[in-house]
Design a protein around this ligand. Structure first.
Ligand code: SAH
Length: 465
């Protein structure tokens, strides 16, 4: 991390501003609103600065910059239109170990000033580390629209009651839970109406209520990998969790979105690799929820599609633990969409079947007759190891060897690859594919030629003409 983010309390602290033109004026405005004591070094003052000086809001040190001016200030902002002058200010500041920001000159900055979304005591600062200020501003606009104006009011009331709440609820986790519940309750509506009295009454009521504090487990589908495919419920759940149990299929990008101080525990499994047994996972979920934690069980794709979500919910139900289920985009939907393969199409596929290539009971045979029917799309999860065998069976039961197939690896992720070919070559395609990989069999795969839009197209096994 190159820039360490911080919010500085500048009340009554002197800072030095070099320059007194239009740009410096903007800087002075925000410094003054933060309560800083602004000292200006500049040969001439624009009318606004003249007024500030007359009103005693700013101290003017004249036009000659001297090292000693840095002695008592906390930092300096160089905002003149003279590049040489700005550089000198920066160099002196460096020598004297004072932070310096030079307007619009990234290499003359030891700190940068972020774009800010301001909701009173709630402030969100956004920075592109000086690389693309316009991008930072764009995001500020987006975030502006997301955060209701009354958030600042809620923060102000919370600030006032913080100590009292601390004295009443000693347990840290319970306290966090109290605040989260409060912010989601009528309290927020009263704050939006600026009815502070009613908001505070609501806070007191909730504070005095003796609600038994129980944990819960949220089974969350994380989707196939691209974090943009998380649902809003999923995002909220992983950002509120105390403990997150995740599998190997959950992408790093998604794990990075989990609340920073949540405990993250891998119960990952991939065919063949060492993993925590399912029974052990079930036991851990119950144990942590019983301690009063908000537990998230984060699973790749959808929890109820080949994800053993059902088994986990049965365990929670038997143990009397409260649970919720947040569905996710399953690989068959996500990976095919990103590969440009529609699952159904009126011209060639009236249905799609999701099948596992890996079953718990070795003896139970799939219904090959049905699977081999034409005019349907087969999507096979966990099947790459048995690809040749599966292709052989399907052909034996009548599916054409020339049926188009695709093997999609790392679907929806930046390193997604798609291998396409014919059913008779499926074994070969799958053997080369990186995992996780999904196999798609059916005429719809050929539509990819027109519809592909994402990631890399690796190889194509075509029949010799
Ligand atoms: N619950 C998950 C499936 C778990 S089974 C879901 O709904 O998607 C694991 C299998 O899912 C893998 O063997 C692979 O076949 C498939 N899979 C999951 N994520 C994938 C991805 N990003 N790309 C390709 N296949 C994926």
């Amino acid at each position: 991390m190159r820039h360490y983010p911080l919010f500085a309390d500048l009340r009554d602290r002197p800072v030095l501003l070099a320059g007194a033109g239009k740009v410096a004026e903007r800087k002075a405005e925000s410094l003054l609103s933060a309560g800083a004591r602004v000292r200006v070094v500049a040969e001439t003052l624009n009318p606004q600065f003249q007024q500030w000086v007359t009103e005693g809001k700013i101290v003017w040190l004249g036009g000659l910059f001297e090292e000693a001016m840095l002695d008592e200030v906390y930092f300096v902002i160089a905002a003149t239109d003279n590049g040489m002058f700005n550089r000198r200010v920066f160099e002196v500041a460096e020598r004297r170990a004072k932070l310096c920001n030079t307007v619009d000159t990234a290499d003359l900055c030891s700190f940068i000033v972020p774009a800010v979304v301001d909701r009173g005591s709630l402030k969100i600062a956004i920075s592109s580390a000086g690389t693309a200020p316009v991008l930072a501003r764009k995001w500020r606009q987006i975030i502006e629209t997301l955060i209701p104006l009354h958030t600042g009011t809620m923060a102000r009331i919370a600030g006032k009651w913080r100590e009292k709440v601390k004295q009443t609820i000693h347990h840290v986790e319970r306290r966090r839970y109290f605040w989260e519940k409060l912010f989601d309750s009528r309290f927020s509506i009263f704050a939006a109406q600026n009815n502070i009295e009613a908001a505070e009454r609501e806070l007191i009521t909730q504070l005095n209520r003796e609600t038994p504090f129980g944990g819960e487990v949220v089974l969350v589908g994380a989707g196939p990998g691209d974090p943009g495919l998380l649902t809003i419920h999923a995002l909220q759940a992983i950002q509120a969790a105390d403990t997150v149990f995740y599998d190997a299929l959950v992408s790093d990008e998604i794990l990075a979105m989990v609340r920073k101080d949540a405990v993250k525990i891998s119960v990952g499994k991939r065919a063949g690799a060492h993993h925590v047994q399912q029974e052990e996972t079930n036991r851990l979920l119950v144990e942590h929820a019983q301690k009063g934690e908000r537990v998230v069980r984060l699973k790749g794709g959808d929890p109820f599609v080949f994800g053993r979500g059902g088994e986990e919910v049965q365990t929670l139900h038997q143990a009397g633990i409260a649970y919720r289920i947040v569905p996710g985009i399953t690989a068959a939907l996500g990976a095919t969409a990103y590969a440009g393969i529609p699952l159904t199409h009126r011209d060639c596929a009236q249905s799609a079947l999701f099948v596992t290539g890996h079953s718990k009971h070795e003896g139970s045979q799939p219904d090959w007759q049905t699977l081999a029917l034409s005019r349907q799309t087969l999507v096979i999860y966990m099947g790459t190891l048995k690809a040749a065998e599966i292709a052989g069976k399907l052909m034996a039961y009548g599916r054409q060897p020339s049926t188009p197939v695709a093997v999609i690896s790392n679907g929806t992720l930046p390193n997604q690859t798609v291998r396409t070919g014919r059913l008779k070559d499926l074994g070969l395609l799958a053997a080369e594919a990186e995992r996780p990989a999904l196999m798609v069999i059916g005429e719809v795969v050929a539509l990819r030629d027109e519809m592909k839009w994402f990631g890399e197209f690796v190889e194509c096994y075509e029949e010799a003409a």
